[in-house]
Design a protein around this ligand. Structure first.
Ligand code: ADP
Ligand code: ADP
Ligand code: ZN
Ligand code: ZN
Length: 792
């Protein structure tokens, strides 16, 4: 290649230089990444990829951006610690496009998150006509639009341009699209008085500030049980409008519980609430579509003004491919630039494989992969250049067919003059790298070094684990298992499913395939019953694990219980002493090891507790040892080390704890040997959370186990391991159903159910059911064609 061409950084000025990086498990490593090129970072799960790319490079870039804000604004933002690195230069502004789910705001939809709605609103304000005659005059036929690829828009295309859309948001629900109904009985315990703590709303306990306001308001007798309140008193407690009161000499505003709860809890996204508040909201509130706007979130004016026969709500309810067809049908020179921009944005959706989404889809319902690609759409139209884009496994959720478009897109970002950093494993994505950084060789403390840096071609012959696996092809199995039964799914119609009838084979490794949006999750999650033949159907997914900030693999899997007992026995004390939420816990951080400060703006920050230096326990507890280690040191141990420590061959007889050992062995088996027992669950990636759940599910074989893209975050070497594990589960009598795109997993399946043929309303059917060999021989589906190409 020519100097300066891909793979050949022009000179030292055109590099992002990282020297002496030590974040998490990185071992003082140095790398030089060419700017305005695509760098892919590879390595087994836990080798340190995220620590380098997100924890070091992106983190420092964002910290530098924060520093450009005024001191006042900085005071409002969570302080970011400087990553542990000696030198970092050549940074440009980093834009992190990750799989973190979107939806911190209940009003957020795909349309609002990408500017599509903003553009549509301008379009409607320029072109809309008020709702006059029958809507059928300009009816837009979605079915024919998608079928023929051509759209016929009625006479409405010739618009009279004079009306402005008024407002936008529905005033009744304020754009939320739903209204709430509060179960008043969940707010108080009628048998208690206010002094006794009658109010059962989180944050209103007897010693809380709010409880003092209610007690001291003067509106009721604080010693009278709420059940004996007069109607007027009960009304004041529940519904009183804001009123000035003086409590303990302080001027305050009193307001009834219901409006208060609406404001402080219900207007927020449920997922963003703290777990105990979320539990309360789930108990006390039910939500129904807003009767005023029918859930469209739009005002009367906005709903009745049409362009080419469609209101803005109608447009937002179409899938993006149809919106694109509608825009193409608008021939209005006065808004040509706007139409061009909108068309470009909609094309981006299609390009990243999201053409099946509707603009009114709440972002909170998107999967991790869909969230990442929606964020991508937001940036594609951007005219920023010389930005560093950072992606976290952008191929996740994508069929090989969609991956091709994704790689084209990464190239386009680069060619606009941006630096692109990608954490990925899929060979098709690694192949577009101009530069590869391979971390490893192992995970956790066995990783953290740079095994290889160079071009993809050099990687192939490098002899590193990644290099060797790059050309791997998992062959079709010689002998596939015969199903022991079937699960009959009849008339499945969830989301886009077209009245699907299918017999899902049981007793085998079943892989459900199909392009993104074809209906795999809708089929698997929507049609499986709670139990089959009296055995539970267990879903093992990547969603956040509910629990407190003190939760970690040791507490969550229950393995800490027998360990605590062993500590107690060895030291002649009570087991409770070794619990991070007991008397033995550090009093400052209550056993969290970290102090969490909730900030008004931008969430919160966690800092290591100074009292216990992150050790979580009171100094006196740490004097008790088991096999030479204190409880805090045990929590610092990686799983793989703990397997030996607590095993039957442990050199410390008192540390042989079979009950802990079986759980540890399972964690190790699912590829989590590098996790530390006490690592907070909040720091785990989606893939790691799923493997943690898988390890737990393995404790009770039998039944049906459903996995959603379990290869997320896994290196080809890890995938091999996972396949062995799934085989073992099936042999033990578990029916395993996997939604996957990974070719190795499809090739290794006993049976395949392929959804399609396309996405959204072009999908929703079962296009193939049979063995992988039959799928290849059939050759009529995209999955079959790609599998044939993969097998070579
Ligand atoms: P990869 O991205 O290659 O899977 P990571 O950079 O996420 O690897 O992790 C490298 C090591 O650092 C692992 O042992 C992991 O458990 C640990 N680790 C990652 N994040 C944190 C964190 N926030 N706190 C403590 N340890 C962490
Ligand atoms: P896959 O799992 O194959 O990617 P999905 O089952 O997630 O496909 O999606 C199939 C169709 O159902 C798509 O058109 C998608 O937009 C729609 N869909 C999926 N989840 C939801 C949801 N929570 N709300 C509305 N539509 C949804
Ligand atoms: Zn409404
Ligand atoms: Zn502490």
């Amino acid at each position: 290649a020519a100097p300066g061409g891909p793979g050949h950084p022009a000179d030292g000025h055109d590099l992002i230089r990282v020297h002496g990086a030590r974040e998490n498990t990185l071992r003082d490593i140095s790398v030089e990444l060419p700017k305005r090129r695509i760098t892919v970072v590879t390595g087994v799960s836990g080798s340190g990829k995220s620590s380098l790319v997100f924890g070091t490079i992106a983190a420092e870039s964002q910290r530098l951006v924060d520093e450009t804000y005024s001191a006042f604004l900085q005071g409002l933002m969570p302080g970011r610690a400087r990553p542990d690195v000696d030198v970092l230069d050549g940074l440009t502004t980093a834009i992190v496009v990750d799989q973190e789910r979107m939806g911190a705001n209940a009003r957020s939809t795909v349309g609002t998150a990408t500017d599509a709605n903003a553009m549509l609103r301008i379009l409607f304000s320029r072109l809309a006509e008020p709702h006059l005659g029958g809507p059928q005059a300009y009816s837009f036929n979605v079915a024919s639009a998608s079928g023929s690829g051509a759209v016929k828009v009625g006479d409405g295309a010739a618009v009279r341009r004079s009306f402005t859309v008024t407002g936008g948001m529905c005033p009744r629900c304020e754009g939320l699209g739903r209204v709430d109904d509060i179960d008043l009985t969940a707010l108080y315990d009628a048998s208690l008085s206010l002094e006794q703590g009658a109010i059962t709303v989180p944050g209103y306990s007897t010693d809380g500030w709010y409880a003092r306001i209610y007690r001291g308001s003067g509106f009721f007798d604080p010693t009278k049980p709420v059940g004996e309140f007069t109607d007027a008193e009960l009304h004041d407690l529940l519904h009183k409008e804001p009123t000035k009161v003086v409590v303990d000499g302080i001027n305050l505003t009193y307001e009834g519980l219901v409006p208060k709860i609406r404001k402080s809890f219900l207007s927020k996204d449920v997922d963003a609430l703290q777990p105990h508040v979320r539990a309360f909201v789930e108990r006390a509130a039910t939500f129904a579509p807003c009767p005023a706007c029918g859930g469209t979130r739009l005002s009367e004016g906005a709903r009745s003004s049409c362009v080419a026969g469609l209101s803005i709500a109608d447009v937002c309810a179409l899938q993006v491919t149809d919106v694109a067809a509608w825009v193409r049908g608008l021939d209005e020179p006065s808004v040509a630039p706007l139409l061009g921009a909108l068309q470009g944005l909609l094309d981006s959706f299609v390009e990243v494989g999201l053409g099946y989404l509707t603009l009114d889809r709440a972002t909170g319902t998107l999967s991790g992969g869909e969230s990442q690609r929606t964020k991508m759409v937001r940036h594609l139209g951007s005219s920023l250049t010389d930005v560093t884009y950072v992606f976290d496994e952008p191929s996740s959720g994508l069929h090989p067919h969609d991956v091709q478009r994704l790689t084209a897109l990464l190239r386009r970002l680069r060619d606009k003059g941006n630096t692109v950093l990608v954490v990925e494993h899929k060979p098709e994505v690694v192949a577009v790298a101009d530069h590869v950084v391979d971390l490893g060789p192992g995970a956790g403390s066995a990783g953290g070094t740079v095994c290889f840096e160079g071009t993809v071609e050099e990687l192939r012959t490098s002899g590193t684990l990644t290099g060797r696996h790059l050309a791997d092809r998992t062959p079709l199995k010689q002998r596939v298992r015969t199903p022991t039964g079937v699960l009959e799914v009849r008339g499945a119609r969830r989301h886009n499913l077209r009245d699907v009838d299918v017999d899902l084979p049981l007793g085998v490794l079943l892989v459900v395939t199909g392009v993104a949006g074809s209906g795999k999750s809708s089929l698997v999650h929507g049609s499986l019953p709670r139990e089959v033949d009296g055995r539970p159907v267990v879903r093992v997914d990547q969603t956040p694990i509910k629990g407190s900030r003190r939760s970690n693999p040791a507490t969550w899997t229950g393995l800490l219980e027998p360990v605590r007992k062993a500590f107690a026995k060895a030291n002649g004390v009570k087991p409770a002493l070794f619990s991070a939420n007991s008397a033995g816990a550090c009093p400052v951080c209550s056993g969290a090891g970290a102090v969490y400060v909730d900030l008004a703006v931008g969430g919160g920050v966690s800092t290591t507790c100074e009292a216990c230096e992150g050790r979580r326990f009171d100094a006196s507890v740490l004097e008790h040892r088991l096999g030479g280690k204190d409880i805090s040191e045990v929590l610092e141990m990686p799983v793989a080390e703990a397997v030996a420590f607590f095993g039957s061959a442990s050199e410390h007889r008192e540390a042989r704890v079979p009950a802990a050992h079986v759980v540890l062995a399972r964690l190790d088996a699912v590829g989590l040997g590098y996790l530390r027992l006490g690592q907070p669950l909040t720091t785990l990636s989606g893939g790691e959370r799923q493997r943690l759940r898988l390890a737990t599910a393995m404790a009770s074989p039998g039944g049906v186990l459903v996995l959603d893209e379990p290869t997320t975050g896994l290196h080809p070497a890890d995938v091999e391991h996972l396949l062995g594990l799934l085989d073992r589960l099936v042999d033990e009598g578990t029916s395993v159903v996997v939604v996957e795109h990974h070719q190795a997993v499809v090739a290794h399946a006993d049976r395949v159910v392929d959804m399609g043929p396309g996405a959204g309303h072009d999908g929703g059917r079962v296009v193939f059911e049979g063995t992988p060999a039959e799928l290849v021989a059939d050759g009529s589906t995209l999955t079959g064609q790609h599998l044939a190409a993969y097998l070579g």
